[in-house]
Design a protein around this ligand. Sequence first.
Ligand code: NAD
Ligand code: LMR
Length: 342
Amino acid sequence: TLRGSFALKARKANRASRYGLQLVASYKVAILGAAGGIGQPLALLIKMSPLVSALNLYDIANVKGVAADLSHCNTPSQVLDFTGASELGDCLKGANVVVIPAGVPRKPGMTRDDLFNINANIVMSLVEAVADNCPDAFIHIISNPVNSTVPIAAEVLKQKGVYNPKKLFGVTTLDVVRANTFVAQKKNLKLIDVDVPVIGGHAGITILPLLSKTKPTVSFTDEEVEQLTVRIQNAGTEVVEAKAGAGSATLSMAYAAARFVESSLRALDGDGDIYECSFVQSDLTDLPFFASRIKLGRNGVEALIPSDLIGLSEYEGKMLEALKPELKASIEKGIAFVQKQP
Ligand code: NAD
Ligand code: LMR
């Protein structure tokens, strides 16, 4: 009966609160660039989260229809639309997590760095608004080139006096998702079990899957390692070419970003066992930002996981040294971009 079901819910809520868990949705997530190729499916996936009570969608175009459409799904969160610079502040106020997929995607023949000139300005202005309106939020940067846009965001936050390195994340989850998929296919493993850490950055050779650290333990021939590594590094380009001018990965990216949002919300909610790879401020190498596995907690990055970098295979060690100059240059380009603003 209905009364019985309410009583059951109340008993569950009581039990949950005794363990410090919340059964009610209570987090606010904002997506900036929500009407885009990534933004729309990402908004749908976040609308399905029981942890979200408010989903604020911001874009410079077409966001009203996306929000109206999504708002009819009978899941807990309230969906609101915001458009134009004058509404950005209201979109961000009170947000716990801000996800930024705003910006232009690649076309065939382009590198991610070719997007720098347009996307650097977009990320800079959006992060300024985050600094002014919700400086305490987790900030997830998806816009490319991630190797530069994350340092740009850090520099903007520093200039505003609100930089918290534990709460700024470059989203590299798609590299892990791809690595897990390709390894499971190659080795005939159950997908659900496979976990490959991916370190470095998010472009070409800066993407370094640590196949020797794959869980469960798998052995690869040298040819398999090289072939899988190159496929994971070029997977973005594989999609850009298949889409033939219509953009880059959007659906798999939305899936990966939704996983990272859900992990962040569970960490905020007190789950003490959340690990993800992300491009963050780091002292694991001599580079100021570096993607590695991290432990997430209520305050963001609780710990970097150094053990993945110990006992690398000879190939991985060589690839790690080879990626550093490119990653360093991309980081410095992002920092310099903000510092030379008038
Ligand atoms: P898209 O063009 O389909 O969507 C981008 C959206 O951003 C559009 O709706 C556009 O109106 C909006 N936008 C542009 N300027 C804005 C601004 N100033 N404020 C708010 N919104 C703004 O592109 P997409 O396919 O969704 O890709 C978005 C970005 O994500 C690209 O830079 C792409 O390279 C990057 N990307 C990153 C990863 C990753 O793994 N980190 C994966 C895929 C794509
Ligand atoms: C990806 O890895 O799919 C994204 O970074 C988009 C791109 O340009 O490849």
